[in-house]
Design a protein around this ligand. Structure first.
Ligand SMILES: *Cc1c(COP(=O)(O)O)cnc(C)c1O
Length: 238
């Protein structure tokens, strides 16, 4: 399918701006030797537009709905993409989702983790996941409460086909910038508190936090992965 070259140019411009902002925020954080992974969230656009983002240099793509992950994975199968599943995952969608080998950002209960373990075992591999944490206290948000996480560790340790690589969170819908910063700092604190309790399949390496409106704050507070959609597709009609 052909796409307007102006759209490709716009995406390249947006990406350059986002990459500059990421580098500047990383420098301010004093950790600029730590690379930040940019996940381009493609949920707003069709596969031909998502393809332009990959061609512009983004190899990590994120989808929040499993069916959309499957569809885009198929449509873009000729490209070398690392997929990220960033939205809520039901157990009955685990098997099909694992075919896309995603990093799953949104694990917030043990039964889901057990299902991922079972399906990964039958595929003969290990699936990387992040534990989603509800840092804002919004009742409508998914995620484990910060105080409930370490009590899961003994059970997780028995699941040989999952590897926890860190934590993921979203800022509160109602949060202003100071509150957002406190929420992100609280996720980083939690990962530091959990670090001594890690085991062979639990590590606190990654912090997935920050979206179009708050990724610079997230990086200043220690994000290693940012998930950005609208800022990359500004000016691009879906
Ligand atoms: C949609 C979405 C994003 C990207 O949001 P933007 O504000 O468009 O950057 C990031 N993370 C999650 C979990 C999402 O659902």
């Amino acid at each position: 399918m052909s796409t307007d070259p102006a759209i490709a140019a716009r995406i390249r411009e947006n990406l350059a701006r986002v990459n500059n902002n990421i580098a500047a925020a990383n420098a301010r954080s004093g950790r600029s030797d730590n690379p930040i992974t940019l996940v381009g969230v493609t949920k707003y656009v069709e596969p031909p537009i998502a393809r332009l983002l990959v061609e512009a240099g983004v190899s990590n793509l994120g989808e929040s709905r499993p069916q959309e992950l499957w569809r885009k994975n198929e449509a873009l199968a000729d490209l070398n993409i690392s997929w990220h599943l960033i939205g809520h995952l039901q157990r009955n969608k685990v098997r099909r989702s694992l075919e896309c080998s995603p990093l799953i950002h949104s694990v917030d209960n043990l039964r889901l983790l057990e299902e991922i373990n079972r399906e990964s075992a039958s595929r003969g591999n290990v699936t990387d996941v992040l534990l989603e944490i509800n840092i804002s206290g919004d009742a409508a948000k998914h995620g484990l409460l910060p105080n409930d996480v370490d009590s899961l560790f003994p059970s997780i340790t028995k699941l040989d086909h999952v590897q926890v690589v860190g934590l993921m969170a979203m800022s509160g819908l109602e949060s202003d910038r100071d509150q957002t910063r406190r929420e992100f700092a609280s996720l980083r604190d939690l990962s530091e508190r959990l670090r001594p309790k890690c085991s062979h399949n639990i590590a606190m390496t990654e912090l997935s936090m920050g979206m179009s409106d708050d990724y610079e704050i997230a990086i200043e507070e220690g994000a290693t992965i940012v998930r950005i959609g609208s800022a990359l597709f500004e000016g691009v009609n879906p």
